[in-house]
Design a protein around this ligand. Structure first.
Ligand code: NAP
Length: 253
């Protein structure tokens, strides 16, 4: 039997990298993309050692040409795409709306988390329809369920991902293509370092007094979803650390 092929965006760190490793261990071949070539190279080498055939290239989901070239070359190399993990994403800053002085951070979040996911999805789904099977996994967030002060636009992007996932599921009804949203709460990755522009003290403070989810915890859930029997579609999976409640409530020790 042919090995299944999973395409993961944002595979250079955090949840994307952990998912690549777990899917390699489960016998998947991998298509890996992200902007940082050196990090991507390390993940590609690691997953090859775990037995995966790997296509890895730089990918910027905010750049239509980059996305188009990446999907075409990956499809030419492997011939099919069974699983798409739309993971690339980021948050920038915690500035409140009335205090924000430029569009740049807002634009980058919208362009990456919403437009980037749409660009990749619209090119991969026709391949899945043509081949007659597939599974789209979108990384949402609890920020797509409850907004919080200072997170307006990041939350808007993840509410947007939730809307896109719901619409896509309806659009694909009748095709043997599964659509799953994995919506984590607090996960300790580079996410907060990116959000706070490399300020380690601020990033560390996010996780102070909490045992957060790890990238591997989220990868476990993605791996579970994509390895169910083909008629089983896990819809929306919301996961949080035990110390995190809804609406950003955290019981710190
Ligand atoms: P991370 O470690 O910072 O990983 C983010 C990944 O996205 C990196 O591989 C990054 O790679 C990639 N990326 C960012 N912009 C990109 C672009 N324009 N083109 C291609 N790749 C891009 O953070 P993470 O926590 O694993 O985040 C992964 C996903 O989980 C995101 O969608 C995030 O919103 C979501 N999430 C995270 C948390 C959390 O608490 N950490 C909670 C809920 C949901 P390059 O920089 O190399 O391009």
């Amino acid at each position: 039997m042919n090995k299944r092929i999973a395409l993961i965006t944002g595979a250079s760190s955090g949840i994307g990298a952990a998912t690549a490793r777990q899917l390699a261990d489960l016998g998947f071949d991998l298509i890996l993309g992200a902007r940082r070539e050196d990090r991507l190279h390390d993940i590609a080498e690691d997953t090859k050692r775990r037995g995966a055939r790997v296509f890895s290239r730089t990918l910027d989901v905010t750049d239509l040409k980059s996305v188009t070239t990446f999907i075409k070359e990956a499809h030419d190399a492997f011939g099919s795409i069974d699983v798409l993990v739309n993971n690339a994403g980021l948050a920038r800053g915690v500035t409140r709306i009335a205090e924000q002085t430029s569009d740049e951070e807002w634009q980058e979040m919208l362009d990456t988390n919403v437009m980037g996911l749409l660009r990749v999805t619209r090119l991969v789904v026709p391949i899945m329809i043509e081949q007659g099977y597939g599974h789209v996994v979108n990384l949402g967030s609890t920020a797509g369920h409850d907004a919080y002060a200072g997170g307006s636009v990041y939350c808007a992007t993840k509410f947007g991902v939730r809307a896109i996932t719901s619409a896509l599921r309806q659009e694909l009804l009748g095709h043997p293509i599964r659509v799953t949203s994995v919506d984590p709460g607090m996960v300790e990755t580079d996410f907060s370092m990116v959000r706070y522009s490399g300020n380690k003290d601020k990033a560390d403070a996010v996780y102070a007094g909490v045992t957060p989810l790890t990238a591997e915890d989220v990868a476990d859930v993605i791996a579970f979803a994509v390895t169910r029997k083909s008629h089983v579609d896990l819809d929306t999976i919301v996961m949080r650390p035990v110390q995190q409640g809804p609406y950003g409530q955290i019981a710190r020790k």
